[in-house]
Design a protein around this ligand. Structure first.
Ligand code: DC
Length: 244
């Protein structure tokens, strides 16, 4: 292998690299659960051929791995050390977790369950867990660009994102959408319980002290209550092109 030429100081190279990372465009889409932001974010990423970060999946995996290891969702120190050791990869919409036998387990089905959505919201209140997942999220910022969805993409993880969107819908509309999804998957649920779960999750995500869900001042509000998925995607793309 030929040696890599070193030009300038190491510090200079690092600064140049981080400048380059900053130039990679980011569309940050934050919002409450069941707002449809995951679907919209994936379609926007596909349209632009950008990378996609489902940050909620990382918190879901922490809750999942903790459950398997017998660690409580309240044990901040143990959760943070677990989170920093996790090796997570995404491929074509599937989520993989590296196991101790040297292979990767497809955990997509398990982590997308309602129970782990609640678990994710519980482990996500801990500052040290959020810190442990930060670097992993920053690494998704690669050419030609990134669409990142979550709760704190525009406020904490990518505060310099070119386009920031707060994507929401009324709690009744979100409960209705989630209820239909669950029924279609063969679950036996009732609408009132689904609405109560959504409202409890909103309260926890918005009222926590560490990186709560907020609409930052430079984020555009996209209320999808009366909108189709295609209309929401078209609006995000229009805002992104305006900001270029
Ligand atoms: O987007 P989701 O439903 O998969 O997220 C599950 C939980 O993870 C959510 O209720 C709060 C937490 N979360 C977070 O705190 N920060 C993020 N960037 C993404 C998710």
């Amino acid at each position: 292998m030929s040696p890599i030429p070193v030009i300038g100081s190491v510090a200079g190279t690092a600064a140049a690299m981080s400048r380059k990372a900053v130039q990679v465009p980011v569309i940050a889409i934050d919002g409450p659960s069941a707002s449809g932001k995951g679907t919209v974010a994936q379609l926007v990423a596909k349209a632009l051929k950008f990378n996609y970060l489902d940050s909620g999946a990382l918190y879901r995996i922490v809750a999942f791995a903790a459950q398997k290891a017998g660690i409580s969702w309240q044990d901040e120190a143990a959760l943070a050390s677990l989170a920093s050791a996790l090796e997570i990869s995404f491929d074509d919409g599937e989520i993989y977790l590296h196991n101790n036998k040297g292979g990767d387990d497809n955990v997509s089905e398990e982590v997308r369950s309602e129970a782990l959505g609640k678990g994710a919201s519980e482990v996500a209140v801990h500052q040290d867990v959020r810190r442990a997942l930060l670097d992993m999220q920053l690494k998704f910022r690669r050419e030609p660009g990134l669409v990142a969805d979550g709760r704190d993409m525009g406020s904490v993880v990518f505060p310099d994102a070119q386009t920031k969107i707060f994507l929401t819908a009324s709690s009744d509309v979100r409960a209705e959408r989630r209820y239909k999804q669950l029924i279609n998957k063969g679950n036996n649920v009732n609408l009132r319980a689904v609405l109560a779960d959504i409202e409890a999750r909103d309260a926890r995500d918005m009222q926590r002290t560490s990186a709560p869900l907020v609409q930052v001042p430079d984020a555009k509000l996209l209320d999808t209550s009366g909108m189709s998925i295609d209309e929401a995607v078209a609006q995000v793309l229009q805002w992104f092109h305006q900001n270029k």
